[in-house]
Design a protein around this ligand. Structure first.
Ligand code: BDR
Ligand code: CA
Length: 309
């Protein structure tokens, strides 16, 4: 099994990613979830995560992480509602958060997994950068970080920057330049799979906890898109998680990449050195395409097998 720490800012699509991860424990050994401020404050991202994990019947530690970006003020998202899960409520867990903070939790599992730890990071990269700052030797201990964030081109916060990198570009720069093997599943790819109504209908017909919770989140996402006049919703974070489990879902190209920390329009932009102006070795495997049908089939299959178990 793949030893995994998932760093999240739960968030509706984070929640879908968490549900998919919890339906994949035949291949994933989820050591911990670590929460970071992003879509909403860290008090909410941590409690949303703990509530979901507990409600779905798992006893996996949830550690509280950074309450704000490394050097900048926190900028939260509007699209996930005030509490992060839209109008979806999950029973409040009576379990406590893990005794260690997110950074110590990540380090603990990096050491324990002896070079095999995978991290899927689907929020601002504050906790991961924090771990690199507090424990520089972690660089050689992590097998790979799969990041939902950034984009080869375009953005959703500015024309050039994606939310997770925009919120904490300083953390992004540290992580991108650390020398840890990175896979970037960026916005230009995660925008491609748009939630098909057929998937929603299938999930709604099922009667298990995973499907019931996902159906309520999908429902909120659809209503939110209608309200803002957007296309069918995206589930950005779930695609990053899925790419770890089913690598052929995405096409990867290697690029030299860095992160702009200060620009006005370009704050948080992930910059690819297409012409190798910097003369460096490629440091990031960037997803340049995703097989949308395979992704939705994979996800639907997870809900169907959860129904059978
Ligand atoms: C990213 O921003 C957040 O709002 C989502 O959860 C996702 O991680 C997409 O830009
Ligand atoms: Ca997220």
């Amino acid at each position: 099994k793949i030893p995994l720490v998932m760093d999240v800012d739960t968030g509706t699509d984070d929640a879908i990613a968490i549900i998919c991860a919890l339906m994949s424990t035949e291949v994933l050994d989820i050591k911990a979830f670590t929460a970071v401020a992003g879509n909403v404050g860290v008090d909410l991202t941590s409690s949303n995560t703990l509530n979901i994990v507990d409600y779905l019947g798992f006893d996996i530690p949830v550690a509280v992480g950074a309450a704000k970006p490394l050097n900048k003020e926190l900028h939260t998202a509007i699209s996930h509602g005030r509490a992060g899960l839209g109008d979806v409520t999950v029973p409040k867990s009576i379990r406590s958060f893990y005794e260690k903070d997110a950074v110590d939790t990540i380090y603990e599992h990096a050491v324990a997994a002896q070079g095999e730890l995978e991290i899927v990071a689907v929020g601002p990269l504050t906790n991961i950068a924090g771990a690199i700052i507090r424990y520089p030797d972690i660089i050689r201990l992590i097998k790979r970080i799969t990041i939902m964030g950034g984009a080869l081109r375009g953005g959703n916060m500015t024309p050039a920057s994606e939310f997770n990198l925009y919120v904490d570009p300083d953390a992004g720069k540290i992580v991108f330049e650390a020398g840890i093997p990175l896979v970037m599943v960026g916005l230009d790819v995660t925008l491609k799979p748009q939630l098909p109504l057929a998937v929603v209908e299938t999930v709604k017909r099922l009667d298990n906890k995973f499907a019931n919770l996902a159906a309520r989140i999908f429902d909120f996402m659809l209503r939110r898109c209608g309200q803002f006049g957007f296309d069918p919703p995206n589930v950005h974070d779930a695609i990053a998680l899925a790419s770890l489990i089913v690598p052929r879902l995405v096409t990867l190209n290697k690029y030299v990449m860095t992160v702009e920390t200060e620009g006005t329009v370009t704050r948080g932009m992930t910059v690819a050195d297409f012409n190798n102006v910097m003369g460096k070795e490629p440091n990031v495997s960037v997803a340049v395409d995703v097989d949308c049908n395979l992704f939705w089939d994979w996800m639907t299959g997870k809900f169907l097998s959860a129904e059978r178990n």
